[in-house]
Structure formats: structure tokens, C-alpha cells
Write a new protein. Structure first.
Length: 186
């Protein structure tokens, strides 16, 4: 989305954005604005956060953060992935995460599907994010990618009510059925 200001936006513009429930991100200085996520999106995010946090925190090999949290990769590239894993504490600053995270996770929605699979997919790779996961609630699908030679290559994927054992992290098994399960209120 073009902002029409005739200049590239930077982190100071994001920091000054209103607290209106929208998500503000920059890709090469261009503003991306998306609405706040749906309850289903948030349910999946919370459940996946729990599984990742259990694995990474128990082994003391990474810290898992949910959105909102700025990932400042350049002055003109500021992202807010749905979930991220940081393996180096020196990447954490008062402003946010200031180096590429070990893992960035995006949960698709109608408003973000094209961007998450397109410009973010490409830019995360260009800026050195080592792992990128895409969660598709509609297709009940999890895709895992790994950075290889400056681009993301598929590693593993799973659908519906199966489990996914990630080959890069011994013992990391994601229970997909738990992600898609309906609300306990239904």
C-alpha cells in the first residue's frame, strides 16, 4: 500500500502511529496497515504460542513473543509477526527486536494472505530471518520454511488434525488438532 507522502517512512513513523487497534508495518519504507485480528486468529496464535513456548523456554534455547512487538530489521523495514522466536538476548532492545529472529510466524487472514505469502515472505528472507512459518486457518495447514542461499525453501508441512515434528529442532512436535479445536464455549 502506498502512503503517498513522497518519502520512505521509517521506524519513527511507526512509533508515532496511533494506538487504534490496527497493525502498522513497513516494507522498504512503504506502509502496510491491517486491521486487528479475528478471534479465531487469536485463538490459533495463543495455542501455537503455548506449544512453542513450552519447547523453547523449557530448553532455554529461545524466547517466544506474541504480537504486538516490533521487529526492526532496517530503518525502513519494521514488521510485527504474529509470533516470533528470538535465540539471542542481545537482539532484544527497549524498542523491540532489532535483529532477525530465529523464527517468524504469520497466521493468514483475508487481509494479510497475499502480503504474508508475497512481500513479507521475500523480505524476511532477504533480511536474514532463518525460519518462516505460515499458518492457514481456513485450510488448517502449517507450512515451515528455512532460509537457504538467501531464499526460503520448504522444510515440512502438515494439514488438519495431524502432528508436525520439525526436523531442525529435536523434540519439537506441533499438535495441529489443538490449533483448530473450537472454542471451549461451543
Amino acid at each position: 500500500m502506498s502512503h503517498g507522502l513522497g518519502r520512505k517512512l521509517d521506524y519513527s513513523d511507526i512509533a508515532a502511529a496511533p494506538n487504534d487497534g490496527n497493525r502498522y508495518e513497513l516494507v522498504r519504507g512503504e506502509l502496510l496497515v491491517t486491521p486487528s485480528p479475528s478471534p479465531i486468529h487469536q485463538r490459533i496464535s495463543y495455542r501455537l504460542w503455548g506449544q512453542l513456548a513450552h519447547y523453547f523456554h523449557e530448553r532455554a534455547i529461545g524466547e517466544v513473543f506474541p504480537a504486538p512487538l516490533d521487529v526492526i530489521l532496517t530503518k525502513h523495514d519494521v514488521f510485527e509477526p504474529d509470533l516470533l522466536v528470538v535465540s539471542d538476548p542481545s537482539h532484544i532492545s527497549k524498542r523491540g527486536i532489532e535483529k532477525p529472529p530465529l523464527l517468524a510466524v504469520e497466521i493468514l487472514s483475508p487481509a494479510t494472505r497475499k502480503v504474508d505469502r508475497g512481500v513479507k515472505f521475500q523480505r524476511y528472507a532477504e533480511l536474514g530471518v532463518r525460519h518462516y512459518w505460515i499458518v492457514d486457518p481456513d485450510g488448517q495447514h502449517l507450512e515451515c520454511f528455512r532460509l537457504a542461499a538467501g531464499a526460503f525453501a520448504p522444510v515440512i508441512e502438515a494439514k488438519r488434525n495431524t502432528t508436525l515434528a520439525h526436523p531442525d529442532w529435536d523434540g519439537l512436535v506441533i499438535d495441529l488438532a489443538a490449533l483448530w479445536r473450537q472454542s471451549p464455549l461451543s
